[in-house]
Design a protein around this ligand. Structure first.
Ligand SMILES: [Fe+2]
Length: 387
């Protein structure tokens, strides 16, 4: 644990079935008059989204719908969104969706109140003026972006992920309504859930871990192991949906300890191969955990215990091996790929992935130093199905 640490969270986190209906009141409480409503085209068509819109209409709140949000949002889209926000004279942002919509909303807010392009803010804590009030309403249970001080945006010219962040970009309010996540198909439930698990595991192993992040991370791990299977098996199982929504929220709060090698390497699989974020994290998770074991063996054993593994009577090293093995077992049980070969990725791109991974903003959050050669070796393992 480092000697100084900072814990950032929204002013209000409202959790429970039906809380999305509070949106109109929430906008009024923040004195918002013209909402810039950010979502993606898929979510915009869902019945649950219409319900969220209704809450604004009921209170006669004007809004402009912005749906130019890709699964991996780009610098061009974000800059364009900021221009439109100003043109519409908006004064508050509402983001409804997965991490891509909430990250886009944060990034649009950065440009609106600070000028320039999102490319000017890729270093952590370089945002001077706070973003306009942002109300985040997640529709997936994974990214935790509704409570995190991070955004991930693709640099389109160089094709890598920028991670603008800092306390000036945190949402003011998070309305976490598990009913909204019930519209997710099983595959998305599984991959977003694995993303949440990766946040919690990275937080536990991080050199920036602190008592608060530990509490949220271990609770999130236990909730995910308990609820992800039932949520994938039956999307209408509201107990499981609630469990996963709470897990994603807690894992998002644990990201105050930063992400590490799983994200630093996993990001490259999305940019180079177009692999979904949660799938990429799931593939890299056991490999990076195993690599990190010599740096934080006790923490990895704690993860194994939180995942329900029996470690009594085992040596620390043997007990630690149970954690990555449990992650692989979980992925297989959910029908997710565990290797890059299964994703039909091209191993020729390993050097490019490794080059960008080495300078990824999440590298400092890894408990063990990573060299270019080691990163290349880890990507190779991801093709071979070894850890
Ligand atoms: Fe993530």
């Amino acid at each position: 644990m480092s000697t100084t640490h900072e814990f950032i969270s929204p002013e209000r986190v409202v959790f429970g079935q039906g809380v999305a209906e509070q949106l109109g009141d929430c906008v009024k409480a923040l004195k918002g008059k013209k909402v810039f409503l950010v979502t993606d085209k898929v979510v915009a068509d869902l019945d649950s989204f219409k319900e969220v819109e209704k809450s604004l209409k009921k209170k006669n709140i004007e809004y402009h719908l912005y749906t130019d949000v890709d699964a991996n949002p780009t610098d061009v889209q974000v800059d364009r969104g900021a221009e439109l926000y100003k043109k519409m004279n908006s004064d508050i942002i509402v983001a409804v969706g997965g991490g891509s919509s909430i990250d886009s909303a944060k990034s649009i807010g950065i440009i609106v109140n600070n000028g320039g392009s999102i490319r000017d803010y890729e270093e952590y804590d370089t945002v001077v003026n706070s973003i306009p009030p942002l109300i985040a309403i997640p529709t997936t249970a994974g990214t935790g972006s509704e409570v995190s001080a991070w955004a991930v945006v693709t640099h389109t010219e160089k094709n890598y992920k920028m991670c603008p962040g800092g306390w000036k970009i945190i949402p003011r309010v998070a309305l976490v309504d598990p009913v909204l996540s019930a519209s997710m198909p099983p595959s998305v439930t599984a991959t977003t859930g694995m993303d949440a698990l990766s946040h919690a595991i990275e937080a536990v192993c991080s050199p920036y871990a602190m008592p608060q992040t530990d509490a949220f991370a271990f609770s999130a791990i236990r909730l995910i192991v308990k609820h992800i299977g039932p949520a994938v098996a039956d999307g209408c199982n509201m107990e499981a949906r609630e469990g996963m929504a709470m897990a994603a929220l807690e894992a998002g709060l644990s990201m105050n300890a930063n992400c590490g090698g799983i994200h630093a390497l996993g990001h490259q699989l999305s940019t180079q191969y177009g692999i979904q974020h949660g799938v990429a994290m799931g593939i890299m998770m056991p490999i990076v955990m195993n690599f990190n074991t010599i740096a934080c063996v006790d923490r990895i054993v704690d993860i194994a215990v939180a995942m329900g593994e029996k470690v009594k009577g085992l040596s620390k090293t043997e007990a630690a091996k149970k954690a990555p093995a449990a992650v692989i077992q979980l992925q297989k049980s959910l029908g997710l790929p565990t290797t890059l070969s299964e994703c039909k990725a091209d191993p020729k791109l390993i050097p490019v992935c490794a080059k960008w991974a080495l300078t990824d903003p999440d590298i400092p959050g890894n408990p063990r130093t990573l060299t270019l050669k080691q990163i290349e070796a880890l990507f190779k393992k991801a093709f071979e199905g070894k850890i």
